[in-house]
Design a protein around this ligand. Structure first.
Ligand SMILES: [Zn+2]
Length: 246
């Protein structure tokens, strides 16, 4: 996978994960009205029309991925991811951060949980699904840690601010989740073994491959931005990085 330097930003590079998942984020007014139109955000929205962009900042150290938008209608983490990128883009980072703010821009455009009728967090074990392409990218880029950020509504599952992990076969995931849970005061949800009770979550498939990964959830109604939810998601992202010493 080749990355290209992004003009106007010293250490920012980008590439595409897929060219079949693009969408006009600006058509989803519920998210668009919450996005600050910085030069960087405009650039990201423009690139998202043509597929799923991945961004890289810094070199050396730990290789860490922050992803959001696996579920296109979970808006707060996608906005928080942009906020984090805007904060880090001008900093000298001693590590290598990868960002996927919109896993499936088309699903975000449509404000839908599903991408082409597929739940991407139940299909990352299926060859050639968009989330499986993301898993392959994670392996190709030799990413060491994965944080996947979601939101959940009151009457859904898990329905509370939380962090998911599993204890086996990659126990570090549990340690990361325990840290975040204590640090930001959200519920710790863990299973003994990754991929249970359902298969195909990005977090689980990473864990089954030995890559520590967690899923974070903040509370917000689906397809809209709950009060304070962007900030809470941003705080979860910062806590994830803080565990890693970043
Ligand atoms: Zn989700």
């Amino acid at each position: 996978m080749d990355f290209e330097k992004v003009d106007g930003f010293d250490s920012l590079e980008m590439s595409y994960i897929s060219d079949f998942s693009g969408g006009f984020i600006s058509k989803n007014y519920d998210i668009f009205r919450e996005i600050e139109l910085t030069a960087l955000n405009r650039f990201i929205l423009e690139k998202s029309v043509f597929g799923t962009p991945i961004f890289k900042l810094g070199n050396g150290g730990k290789r860490v991925l922050i992803s959001s938008g696996v579920h296109g209608n979970e808006l707060p983490p996608q906005i928080a991811n942009l906020k984090l990128m805007n904060e880090f883009v001008n900093l000298d980072i001693q590590n290598t951060l990868f960002f996927i703010p919109f896993v499936a821009p088309k699903a975000t455009m449509l404000n839908s949980r599903f991408f082409n009728s597929i739940d991407l967090n139940r299909s990352s074990h299926i060859k050639n699904s968009l989330s499986n392409v993301i898993i392959e990218t994670i392996e190709e880029l030799e990413i060491d840690f994965v944080g996947d950020f979601h939101s959940t509504a009151y009457n859904s599952n898990p329905g509370c601010e939380s962090v998911f992990s599993s204890k086996s076969p990659t126990p570090e995931s549990y340690l990361i989740a325990e840290y975040i849970s204590r640090d930001v005061n959200c519920k710790l949800l863990s299973t003994d073994f990754a991929g249970q009770p359902y298969k195909g979550a990005v977090e689980d498939v990473c864990n089954l491959k030995g890559i520590p990964a967690i899923t974070c959830e903040v509370l917000s109604p689906f397809s809209s931005v709950g009060v304070g939810s962007v900030k809470r998601s941003y705080i979860q992202m910062k806590s994830f990085l803080s565990y890693l010493g970043i």
